[in-house]
Design a protein around this ligand. Structure first.
Ligand code: CP
Ligand code: NVA
Length: 335
């Protein structure tokens, strides 16, 4: 018997730190149940008559579509609000926008630059607000990542996850917290110039210790990945940092995830390693940015390998986002 956790009803999700261990575990469990339900063809009505606003200041394929599909699957209606098309920040303050939308919608997802914007929305909306990515955090992504790891290995605690790349972006910041609170051994492997902020590292380490896990920093990819069950990377230049492209190429070339790096895990023979990437990924020359440069953070060999679980991870965005909406808008579902 699964017990819904009522404390999540009416709550926002702005960072993973907003959740207790029990709430975090519950969201993963609920995601798995909602996924099984969808696979079984159950037509959901858990969010019937709810209206969801999606305010997006930055581009998105997965997160935007995951909210729309998750809402539709459970009978809710999602409205995409491109930031240029509404008054927020220009003719109307964030607080006023929040108060207006909170009178019309049952929940609001926000993707944009400043964490402060999503926090202001949450303070004033009177309805749950979900962080769909800011410069600092990407909580719904990490729920999907950890669901993907759990599906593959049947557990999280004790597994080693090595993130290789830009060590201070929204994805890795959140991954440090997610791994810490699930008892994983996490290595943030980045050049010294892109190492995580000391305060965040300390916070993650303090969270990891009582869970029997660890969070450490490395600058040496080959040494870092030894024994890894999960190798994870993200783009070298996040949205909003485009002017740093050349500098990042120079710093991060030695941190590319390629076949030899995956072999250095020592887990290729046994099949005990997977590759993850939140996507979008620069793994070939098929994008505008990589037409002349070729693969950046991951090679085609790794991206297209059987151990690459990036599309399971992308699909899991729907199930985890659905769990977040169900848990924060309703009483949840009994197991
Ligand atoms: N991973 C992720 O957030 O993808 P989108 O930018 O496409 O939403
Ligand atoms: N770090 C990336 C994640 C994209 C999903 C970015 O912010 O652009």
């Amino acid at each position: 018997m699964h017990t819904p956790i009522p404390s999540l009803k009416g709550r926002s999700l702005l960072t993973l730190q907003d959740l207790s261990d029990q709430e975090f575990a519950y969201l993963l469990e609920l995601s798995a149940r909602l996924k099984a339900r969808k696979r079984a063809g159950v037509r959901g009505r858990l969010l019937e008559r709810r209206n969801i606003a999606l305010i997006f200041e930055k581009s998105s394929t997965r997160t935007r579509c995951a909210f729309i599909v998750a809402a539709a699957d459970e009978g809710a209606q999602a409205e995409y609000l491109e930031i240029q098309d509404i008054h927020i920040g220009r003719k109307e303050s964030v607080a006023d926008t929040a108060r207006v939308l909170g009178r019309m919608f049952d929940g609001i997802a926000f993707r944009g630059y400043r964490q402060d914007t999503v926090e202001q929305l949450a303070r004033h909306a009177g309805v749950p607000v979900w962080n769909a990515l800011t410069d600092e955090w990407h909580p719904t992504q990490i729920l999907a990542d950890l669901l993907t790891v759990q599906e593959r290995f049947g557990q999280l605690a004790g597994l080693k996850l090595v993130y290789v790349g830009d060590g201070r972006n929204n994805v890795v910041n959140t991954l440090m917290i997610g791994c810490a609170r699930t008892g994983m051994h996490m290595v943030n492997c980045a050049p010294p110039e892109l190492a995580p902020r000391p305060a965040l590292l300390e916070q993650a380490q303090a969270l990891a210790a009582p869970h029997g896990g660890s969070v450490v920093v490395s600058h040496d990819p080959v040494a870092a990945v030894r024994g890894a069950h999960v190798v994870y990377t993200d783009v070298w230049v996040s949205m909003g940092e485009e002017s740093r492209f050349e500098e990042r190429l120079k710093l991060l070339r030695p941190y590319q995830v390629h076949g030899d790096l995956m072999r250095a895990t020592g887990h290729m023979e046994s099949g005990e390693v997977i590759f993850l990437h939140c996507l979008p990924a620069f793994h070939n020359d098929q994008t505008e940015a990589t037409r002349t440069l070729g693969p950046l953070e991951v090679t085609e060999e790794v991206f297209e390998s059987p151990y690459s679980k990036v599309f399971d991870q992308a699909e899991n965005r729907v199930h985890t986002i659905k769990a977040v909406m169900v848990a924060t808008l309703t009483e949840g579902i009994a197991g």
